[in-house]
Design a protein around this ligand. Structure first.
Ligand SMILES: [Zn+2]
Ligand SMILES: [Zn+2]
Length: 133
């Protein structure tokens, strides 16, 4: 357990646990459904917890799915660039980063004087397991 995780509130820990157990992206409402028995009632509670977890780097938001997924790389935020390969058949998500892509993107933003705050790449398609079936 890192110190960042120790600082989590009860709601944040609950939300993170659900996402870790799922291992696949979930909408805020899916998360809420799993936490009703733990006393969570309002979507706003889930959204607040997610907001903090994203800030801490425990969770990522997948824009194209409007869903949330637990971070699978403790150090992914150091690279400033995260890529997700999303399988449209089974919903599996692989998170990765690549130093070559990172430096290409950095070169472009420097050339164009663009101040990048965040870079997320989402690849949609079929994972190897689904493509091979
Ligand atoms: Zn991550
Ligand atoms: Zn798949």
């Amino acid at each position: 357990m890192t110190s960042a995780q120790a600082d989590l509130t009860r709601n944040q820990s609950l939300v993170l646990r659900v996402l870790n157990e799922a291992g696949t992206p979930m909408s805020a409402y899916d998360i809420l459904d799993r936490l009703r028995e733990s006393g969570m009632r309002a979507p706003l509670q889930v959204y607040r917890a997610l907001e903090k977890l994203i800030e801490h780097g425990n969770v990522h938001r997948l824009e194209s799915l409007n869903a949330f997924v637990a971070c699978s790389h403790a150090k992914c935020h150091d690279s400033g660039f995260i890529a997700f390969a999303i399988c449209e058949s089974c919903g599996n998500v692989s998170e990765f980063s690549d130093p070559e892509v990172t430096s290409r993107l950095a070169a472009w933003t420097q050339r164009n004087s663009f101040r990048a705050a965040k870079t997320t790449i989402e690849i949609r398609g079929e994972c190897s397991a689904c493509a091979g079936a």
